[in-house]
Design a protein around this ligand. Structure first.
Ligand SMILES: Nc1ncnc2c1ncn2[C@@H]1O[C@H](COP(=O)(O)OP(=O)(O)OP(=O)(O)O)[C@@H](O)[C@H]1O
Ligand SMILES: [Mg+2]
Length: 323
């Protein structure tokens, strides 16, 4: 059964929304996420990959309800999380947690680890007294490979990798079923990246966690994902099992991502695509395929018609006419 089901989810940001543009119905929108469908089963990892600006973080923020969608449905265990009112939303917040890319800015520098990890426990009434709270904080630290000696320290006293461990511990504190990890290792040194990835895999095994794992680095995605969704300009263009996406990708964009050369600096590892041609303006989208202007395999139809995500094999979906 699906833990998370996303149907027709969109987020359109108004980019010029003054009075004149509104009354003349000429308001312009950036379609950051545009009618996407995806699902995540209990205990599995769906990798989400694509170039900078394609809508990955917006998707993450929509699923955690940090922002409201323009349209669409988000179901967690079949209940529609968009219709939840205050109390039910608080319960959802417990089940779906997020880990951000930058552990330097995601932890409050003025709070100790005890305060950072203890706060969610308090808010959700999970501890009855100080002793219990402290014991649970130490337990959470142990889960992520840190110890009781770290409880009263501040974030600046830790390395980047250790801080990300604290962020993971915070995400775990409410015993969620789904963790959205938005580029959780992109800001870390390569040597530390593997440690955090392995930690996430161990925790997944232990707690049957599901992950939506966002990254632009394909090797990271391959290492951690059971299935992969490839995003381009607000759309999922291909989705399938990790082996399928890596061994026999069908979409021209996925194939270009595979051929991309990583930049030498691992922290700035944005794929350098081999695709030629101009990137389509995301604000004034043409009626056809969004990749058309850059696609080496385009045909006439691609300019006029938008390909929809279609099943091409067992669990393999592709949005392209030319395959
Ligand atoms: N609050 C906002 N208001 C207006 N536009 C936004 C807002 N948030 C994101 N966008 C735009 O939406 C698009 C998608 O952004 P998003 O952050 O989801 O991309 P991303 O795939 O996470 O990129 P990156 O790999 O760089 O993190 C971008 O063009 C971005 O500028
Ligand atoms: Mg992002």
């Amino acid at each position: 059964m699906n833990l998370l089901t996303v149907k027709g989810l969109s987020k359109h940001f108004p980019i010029r929304s003054d009075f004149i543009s509104r009354i003349s119905h000429r308001e312009l929108f950036l379609k950051a996420v545009d009618r996407i469908d995806l699902n995540i089963r209990q205990g599995e990892t769906l990798g989400l990959v694509g170039e900078s600006g394609c809508g990955k973080s917006t998707t993450a923020r929509l699923i955690t309800r940090l922002i409201e969608p323009t349209e669409g449905e988000i179901l967690l265990n079949d209940s529609d999380i968009l219709s939840l009112k205050k109390r039910a939303l608080k319960k959802l917040r417990k089940e779906v947690q997020i880990v951000f890319q930058d552990p330097y800015s995601s932890l409050n520098p003025r709070k100790t680890v005890y305060q950072i990890l203890g706060r969610p426990l308090e808010v959700h009434g999970l501890t009855n007294n100080r002793r219990e709270k402290r014991a649970r904080v130490v337990q959470l630290l142990n889960m992520v490979g840190l110890g009781s000696e770290h409880v009263d320290r501040y974030p600046h006293e830790f390395s980047g990798g250790q801080r990300q461990r604290i962020a993971v511990a915070r995400a775990l504190s409410l015993e969620p079923r789904l963790i959205i990890a938005d580029e959780p290792v992109s800001a870390l040194d390569v040597s530390v990246q593997a440690q955090i990835l392995n930690l996430l895999l161990e925790l997944q095994n232990e707690f049957k966690l599901a992950y939506l794992f966002i990254a632009h680095d394909l090797s990271v995605i391959e290492h951690i994902s059971d299935r992969v969704a490839v995003m381009y300009m607000g759309k999922i263009v291909e989705m399938g099992n990790t082996e399928t996406i890596f061994d026999s990708p069908l979409h021209p964009y996925t194939r270009a991502l595979h051929k991309a050369v990583p930049l030498p600096d691992p922290r700035a590892q944005r794929p350098h695509l081999t695709l030629k041609g101009e990137v389509t303006n995301p604000i004034n989208l043409p009626p056809g395929c969004r990749l058309e202007s850059r696609c080496p395999e385009k045909e006439k139809r691609c300019q006029a018609e938008e390909p929809i995500l279609t099943q091409r094999g067992d669990g393999h979906h592709v949005a392209c006419f030319n395959i």
